[in-house]
Design a protein around this ligand. Structure first.
Ligand code: GRG
Length: 307
């Protein structure tokens, strides 16, 4: 994998995000090239993986690695792995047996182009290959991490994506459709469905960067606040924005009878909650120097984003 990662200078948020997304994009295109397998499968995997997207989880992982003094090059394999897992979750979430969506990242969903069977397998391929990518990168010369750190990252990522994390959250979400939910249950669901992967992005990036125990705990608090803020904003954008702008179907939560932050708290209080969560994320970084500035900017972005 060839990458050219300079330490982040943090010029401005838009530029930072664009530059980082390009780096991630290149690494992903190289990582998931046509391998020793059916061309149609790789085409379907690349169709969704290289369809744009904000690349927030990999960007967070690189930023967390740098915040503790690590080199982002060490974390690029992990960054690719987490974006592959995120993309698999989007492909499966869009399937007719789940959310049944036609539009994702501004283009027809994977199953609309490749059919349900190939889309399911493209998701499976991305999920499984992600762990090979992570393990191989940890074995590579640029990683310079101990096998213990590598194994901790593998375990943390698998737990975040699996039954106790994202998959579990998706099940709670499906079973909750059409029935009332209290705020506490909604938060529990989102901490698993969306939040767990953000926490893994930040904590594994930081582990790879050499974080000590205290740094890891502070960054975990940052990521928990970030993940929830991101999700509340997601609920708000679903109410307030159009499908054309978002590149995916909107106004669908209400249609499916899903509890959301705006439906439980109202729009104004939901926006207030996002600001409170952003403050919490910033506060968690109090003990970090300027190298955590990208993480600070990203927390602001999570609540100010319009996409
Ligand atoms: C199918 C196992 C399985 C899990 C699905 C994460 C998830 C669980 C489904 C995605 C659907 C969804 C709308 C989740 C809520 C928030 C979210 C993860 C939005 C998409 O993430 P972004 O905005 O997307 O980072 P891009 O396209 O920018 O990467």
């Amino acid at each position: 994998m060839t990458t050219n990662l300079q330490p982040a200078g943090v010029p401005d948020l838009d530029r930072y995000l664009r530059e980082r997304a390009v780096i991630v994009e290149r690494a992903l295109a190289e990582t998931v090239a046509t391998g020793d397998g059916p061309g149609r499968l790789f085409e379907a995997m690349r169709y969704s993986l290289l369809a744009g997207g904000k690349r927030l989880r990999p960007v967070l992982a690189l930023a967390a690695c740098e915040a503790v003094g690590g080199s982002p090059e060490a974390a690029i394999g992990f960054a690719c792995a987490i974006e592959m897992i995120h993309t698999y979750s989007l492909i499966h979430d869009d399937l007719p047996c789940m959310d049944d969506d036609d539009l994702r990242r501004g283009r027809p969903t994977n199953h609309k182009v490749y059919g349900e069977a190939i889309a399911t397998l493209a998701g499976d391929g991305l999920l499984t290959d992600a762990f090979a990518v992570l393990a191989r990168s940890a074995l590579g010369p640029k990683a310079r991490i101990s096998s213990r750190v590598a194994l901790e990252a593998v375990a943390e990522l698998a737990e975040a994506a699996g039954s106790a994390g994202m998959v579990g959250g998706q099940v709670i979400d499906l079973l909750g459709e059409g029935r009332a939910m209290e705020l506490r249950e909604l938060e529990y669901l989102h901490r698993k469905k969306t939040g767990a992967l953000f926490v893994a992005a930040v904590c594994c990036g930081a582990r790879i960067g050499g974080a000590d125990h205290l740094q890891l705990e502070a960054l975990r608090e940052y990521a928990k606040a970030f993940g929830l803020a991101f999700q509340v904003v997601d609920d708000l954008l679903d109410v307030e924005e159009s499908a054309e702008k978002m590149g995916k179907r909107t106004h669908k939560d209400e249609a499916r009878g899903k509890a959301t932050y705006p439906s439980l708290l109202g729009v104004d209080r939901s926006w207030e909650l996002t600001r409170e969560l952003a403050r919490r994320a910033h506060a968690a970084l109090a003990g970090f120097d300027h190298r955590a500035d990208p993480l600070r900017m990203l927390a602001t972005f999570a609540v100010e984003r319009k996409l």
